[in-house]
Ligand binder design. Structure first.
Ligand code: NAD
Length: 353
């Protein structure tokens, strides 16, 4: 076994069905009495329901969360924090809403309760991305790690099948890259393989029946494990590419991850054989890259970046950006091969063997 360093992150997880019932008790446990409830405009109904459930502990609702955590939106929410003497936040939603809770915590150190309703995994990470003047920057700080996470399977049944599939594969990408991370370790490898297995088994069942409670529970459990992987170790080519593509061409987050993942895995396959064996085993497939592509195809997710609106002349630009600032990856960053990877992802063909 290779030597390793493992840092466990603090955090309390309440997982199950109907667990939102535990919210008032969890708020009390943290000593919070003037909570700000956060949601997107689309999930304002759920935000209001949470506020009602918290009763006197709700001081305000802010339903302005949006993609990429724009600083202007955070400033608006911070004004509410100051005006209403807020002592903690409850974020109900996906990565965008949880990102707003983190942005508030970064500025105020207020305790956070996260109630995730997608599989993105942000609630388990000390990572925050923020956008200012059109530029998204990412930083790590334990200040932004939520104190308590309530996973309630019931809240995920409304996640549409398409978003369930792409959000689930987005989660799997965290576990995939954790298996070949520079700072990988055996504890995270166990979580990563189990996370991939759990999601790969659940997503086709969700497609067949979005109300399948068992499948929804398996997917959310897998998403938790995959989020933990993202929070614990560094990522590589796949995440870098998705960040670049998303930022440069304004592509949707989860779909971009879904399309790029099989190709990034194929690129790294020969350089990370142990990880590939674990991924393939978790997928029940002969090949990690082909297995991921087959899964996406079976789930009928978008397979081509061109279908997300990326222009063809963006392929060269993305390849240039991907090798511009060197970062760790199991295989050396080779401009030509990366360009080919992006070109395949753009047309939607199978990943290279
Ligand atoms: P999202 O939070 O943007 O949600 C997408 C849409 O789906 C929103 O309109 C939302 O209101 C809606 N939605 C969410 N849950 C729903 C449900 N159960 N039913 C119906 N509608 C629902 O999408 P996301 O993929 O969860 O998050 C993406 C964002 O999170 C990106 O900005 C990404 O960078 C960030 N992220 C950050 C980290 C991190 O560690 N910092 C990790 C993962 C993702």
């Amino acid at each position: 076994m290779r030597d390793f360093v493992y840092t466990a992150l603090p955090g309390r997880v309440v997982f199950g069905t109907g667990t939102l019932d535990a919210l008032p008790a969890e708020a009390e446990r943290l000593g919070l009495a003037r909570l700000l409830v956060l949601s997107t405009p689309e999930q304002q109904g759920q935000g209001n329901a949470v506020a009602e459930r918290l009763g006197d502990r709700t001081a305000a609702v802010f339903a302005g969360a949006t993609m990429h955590t724009p600083v202007e939106v955070t400033e608006e929410a911070m004004a509410v924090v100051r005006d209403r003497a807020i002592d903690g936040t409850v974020a109900i939603g996906g990565g965008s809403t949880i990102g707003l809770g983190k942005a508030i915590a970064l500025r105020s150190d207020l305790p956070q309760i996260a109630v995730p309703t997608t599989y993105a995994g942000s609630e388990m990470t000390p990572i925050i991305g923020q956008t200012e003047h059109g530029r998204k920057t990412t930083q790590r700080s334990e200040r932004v790690l939520p104190e308590t996470v309530i996973y309630d399977v019931d809240l995920t049944t409304s996640l549409p099948v398409g978003l369930s599939a792409t959000s689930g594969i987005n989660a799997m990408a965290h576990a995939v890259e954790a298996l070949y991370a520079e700072d990988r370790n055996p504890i995270i490898a166990i979580m990563a393989e189990e996370g991939i297995r759990s999601l790969a088994g659940a997503l086709p069942r969700i497609k067949a029946d979005p109300a399948d409670a068992g499948a929804r529970a398996d997917a959310l459990y897998g998403a938790w494990l995959c989020g933990t992987c993202l929070g614990a170790v560094g990522m590589a080519l796949h995440h870098k590419l998705c960040h670049t593509l998303g930022g440069s061409f304004d592509l949707p987050h989860a779909q971009t991850h879904t399309i790029v993942l099989p190709h990034a895995v194929a690129y790294n396959a020969a350089a990370a054989p142990v990880a590939m064996t674990a991924i393939a085993r978790a997928l029940g497939a002969a090949s990690a890259a082909q297995g991921l592509y087959d899964l996406a195809q079976a789930l009928e997710t978008p397979l081509a970046l061109q279908d997300l609106g990326m222009p063809e002349d963006g392929i060269d630009r993305a390849a240039d950006l991907a090798v511009e600032n060197p970062y760790w990856n199991p295989r050396k960053l080779e401009h030509g091969a990366i360009r080919e990877l992006i070109a395949r992802a753009w047309t939607g063909e199978r990943p290279a063997n």
